[in-house]
Design a protein around this ligand. Structure first.
Ligand SMILES: Cc1cc2nc3c(=O)[nH]c(=O)nc-3n(C[C@H](O)[C@H](O)[C@H](O)COP(=O)(O)O)c2cc1C
Length: 399
């Protein structure tokens, strides 16, 4: 018989326990690392998505900066899908300072670099395209006047003082914007992206038209619910047409939605819209939430169902659904997928931990507080650092 010392036994038992723990962790998180296949054949290597995040860090001529490229390269390594921060399809659609642009061909070389950076580690890359509508900051516009569905003053909110009155778009101007969405999609195809996501959330132009508060029109672009949906549906039609004409390989079309709007619509009001978006042929729906696992509708705080559950029931597996909102650790992401999501999107946690996917794969807890002194080694662009320092509460930070 072997005669092992007491410490050897302790060592063997501890090693066995660690291995068992790792096995349990891996079997629990393995759901995150299964691949996901879209109907058009695009197959991602796992179900983890970089949620779209503006960096406020383009060059001053709005071309992609080296800092932004490094930011994407540092984070895209192990993900299944990278959705870029939003980029405007027209000059007057700007929503943020130093927001990289895509509204004419002079931006194409930068877009190509961005696609390469986002795909470098094997992820598929989606360009998020939009028009900021009534949220365009007046000091960033050449004529100082934002455009929107109607001339309704912007309501104040966390990042907006409110009060700005937009120019109500004419029928011809609306058609021009729809065309611009198509042209930027063509640029995304030429740049090497695997798809575009229409940013229909966060109160920007696509949402302005759907909102009964901001859309007070009485022509074909407003009035009834049906007419308030028309702008989004026409944009989808145009983008799909461009994809069918120019894409030489499968190319995704996603739509991001805010499930409720304080001044305008409730979660239930979006149900018919979701049906229409699906019928129009989008490849996936992306839901923007503050807290994916727990958030309940503003008008049904005491009800049992979360917004996510309600939206998933409405979609009823007709198309894939992605959502983001406070996913910080592996367990959160697993719970999100088990609730029925197709893929789960990560934001803050990826900025704080560029190697988030690697950490959770190893069963290591990710940081939840951003250490500002480490911002450079975390490849956070200088201009984004400056924004984080002034935008109190945007991140939980330490020095
Ligand atoms: C720095 C930063 C920039 C963002 N920019 C965008 C954007 O360009 N487009 C968008 O749809 N959402 C944007 N968001 C929202 C995120 O996509 C996401 O919905 C939100 O941060 C919640 O996810 P999280 O809790 O994992 O961060 C941004 C969020 C952050 C933190």
């Amino acid at each position: 018989m072997f005669c092992l010392g007491r410490y050897t036994y302790v060592y063997i038992i501890c090693t066995a326990l660690i291995l068992k723990f790792k096995f349990i962790m891996n079997s629990q998180t393995s759901i995150l690392f299964d691949s996901f296949e879209f109907k058009n054949g695009i197959k991602t290597r796992n179900k983890l998505v970089m949620t779209p995040m503006t960096t406020w860090a383009s060059n001053d001529d709005y071309t992609i900066s080296d800092d932004e490229i490094k930011h994407y390269e540092a984070r895209s390594g192990n993900l299944g899908l990278v959705i870029t921060g939003c980029t405007r399809v027209m000059a007057n659609g700007i929503g943020f300072t130093n927001e990289y642009a895509s509204y004419d061909d002079s931006f194409l070389p930068g877009l190509k670099k961005l696609a390469v950076a986002a795909k470098k580690g094997g992820a598929h890359a989606i360009l998020q395209i939009y028009h900021a509508g009534n949220k365009a900051p007046v000091d960033l516009l050449t004529d100082g006047i934002p455009v929107s569905a109607s001339a309704v003053p912007l309501a104040p909110s966390a990042f907006y003082p409110g009060g700005t009155v937009s120019h109500e778009l004419s029928h011809e101007e609306i058609l021009e914007i729809i065309k611009a969405f198509g042209e930027t999609t063509h640029r995304a195809i030429r740049a090497g992206f695997d798809g575009v996501e229409l940013h229909g959330a966060h109160g920007f132009l696509l949402q302005n038209f759907f909102s009964p508060f901001y859309n007070q029109r009485t022509d074909q672009w407003g009035g009834s619910e049906e007419k308030r949906m028309k702008f989004a549906l026409e944009v989808i039609k145009e983008v799909k047409d461009v994809i069918s004409r120019y894409a030489t390989k499968p190319f995704l079309l996603g739509f991001r939605i805010s499930p409720e709007e304080q001044e305008g619509y409730s979660v239930k009001d979006t149900f018919h819209f979701i049906d229409k978006l699906i019928d129009a042929g989008i490849d996936y729906l992306h839901i923007s939430l503050g807290d994916l696992l727990h958030q309940k509708p503003v008008d049904a705080q005491n009800a049992e169902d979360t917004i996510l559950k309600l939206m998933l029931a409405q979609v009823d597996k007709r198309i894939p659904v992605i959502a983001a909102g406070k996913i910080k650790q592996a367990d959160d992401a697993v719970e999100a997928l088990k609730s029925g999501l197709s893929m789960v999107a990560i934001g803050h946690a990826l900025i704080i931990n560029p190697n988030w996917v690697e950490l959770i794969e190893k069963g290591v807890k990710a940081d939840e507080v951003l250490s500002l002194s480490k911002a450079n080694e975390l490849a956070i662009p200088k201009k984004l650092q400056a924004f984080i320092k002034v935008a109190k509460g945007f991140f939980e930070v330490t020095e």
